[in-house]
Design a protein around this ligand. Structure first.
Ligand code: SF4
Length: 196
């Protein structure tokens, strides 16, 4: 148990993503990693993401409605407060302000994606030692950027989720199934959940 906790001492944004999808799916991933199976959809998303990393270098800041500044790619970040590490697709520095950019292969930017970008913002703030108050999604299919302001509600949601993720790993207690049962139909862990 302790060994497993130490191995997973630092979470990644993909862990947060899994938790938001379903806390129980996160439990399977974190506490029973041998069950993990990648899906075709995940691979397709990853390929689009990789292509975008190459295309992004040709874009100008005008894509973000900004005129001048610097751009950094694949920026590693870490937060000891959140006990989380990650790598941000792109970071803009405009007049001293740091702005994380997350590339997304969809135009449906739900609260789950907003929490992920907020987590990147919190990690960037701690890594750089300065306030980070907003970020951008770059929507790959539409080739456009959308701003997200990191509200107090989003920050609270991220911190609450991480605190619950640690409780799950430390206690190895299986959470209740997701309330959104339509997710179960296509879930990679469906055959392990006998109560849905
Ligand atoms: S089958 Fe449903 S409850 Fe079970 S892990 Fe998947 S989404 Fe969660």
């Amino acid at each position: 148990m302790m060994e497993r906790v130490e191995e997973r001492e630092l979470f990644r944004v993909t862990d947060l993503k899994e938790y938001i999808y379903c806390p129980r799916a996160f439990f399977y991933e974190a506490c029973l990693p041998d069950l993990h199976r990648e899906t075709v959809k995940t691979d397709a998303g990853r390929r689009a993401h990789e292509r975008e990393r190459q295309l992004a270098r040709r874009r100008s800041l005008a894509a973000y409605g900004l005129e001048a500044g610097e751009r950094f790619f694949d920026v590693p970040v870490r937060s000891d407060e959140l006990r989380m590490v990650g790598e941000i697709d792109e970071v803009l520095r405009v007049e001293g302000e740091l702005i994380p950019v997350d590339y997304k292969n969809t135009d449906r930017l739900g609260y789950n994606f907003q929490m992920q970008l907020t987590a990147y913002g919190l990690m960037l703030a701690e890594t750089a030692g300065q306030e980070v108050r907003r970020g951008f999604f770059f929507i790959i299919p539409a080739r456009r950027a959308e701003e997200l302001v990191f509200s107090a509600r989003l920050v609270r949601s991220v911190k609450h989720a991480l605190s619950d993720m640690y409780r799950i790993v430390e206690t190895e207690a299986m959470p209740e199934p997701t309330r959104y049962r339509m997710r179960c139909a296509t879930c990679k862990y469906r055959r392990f959940c006998n109560d849905v």
